[in-house]
Design a protein. Structure first.
Length: 160
């Protein structure tokens, strides 16, 4: 069910419940792998392959553009702060045309974020995504990142 191409991230686990594994299941898993390869590398070609031009972010943060340009802007901003950013696709749950992913972002705050320069602090925080796949690409999503942990690890927000 996992596309083991060398250029795509592989999920740590894949769960489809009691549903049979079909060609559609494999397609949804591949779309997920492609999306998180974008987040792992910052290469927008993967995002283009994973996200439909009419893509809608249902949890759009203030200031981020809607549509496919939103994730690109988020990646550029975050990679400016954490240039060695990686994205681990820890768990993937597939339910029909929808998948839920548990992600772990890691790296070092050696760049700048909000005008603050990093000093090499280790970054390690989680996120949860719910993505709905249309005919062949993601058409809408909902996401929640543990931004507080990032800000605390970066020394931008005090712990406690």
């Amino acid at each position: 069910m996992i596309d083991s191409s060398t250029d795509l991230v592989s999920p740590g686990t894949v769960n489809v419940g009691d549903a049979p594994v079909t060609d559609r299941t494999r397609q949804v898993v591949r779309v997920a792998q492609t999306l998180y390869t974008f987040w792992n590398t910052g290469d927008a070609a993967y995002l283009d392959d994973a996200v439909d031009p009419g893509f809608v972010d249902n949890t759009l943060p203030p200031g981020r553009p809607q549509g496919p340009t939103g994730p690109v802007a988020a990646s550029v901003t975050f990679r400016a702060a954490v240039p060695d950013l990686t994205c681990e696709l820890a768990d993937l749950y597939v339910t029909g045309d929808t998948f839920t992913a548990r992600l772990i972002f890691r790296g070092h705050f050696t760049g700048t974020y909000g005008g603050r320069a990093g000093a090499g602090q280790q970054i390690d925080f989680g996120a949860i995504d719910i993505q709905h796949v249309g005919d062949d690409r993601i058409v809408e999503d909902w996401h929640l990142e543990d931004n507080l942990t990032f800000l605390q690890q970066a020394g931008i927000v005090p712990v406690g």
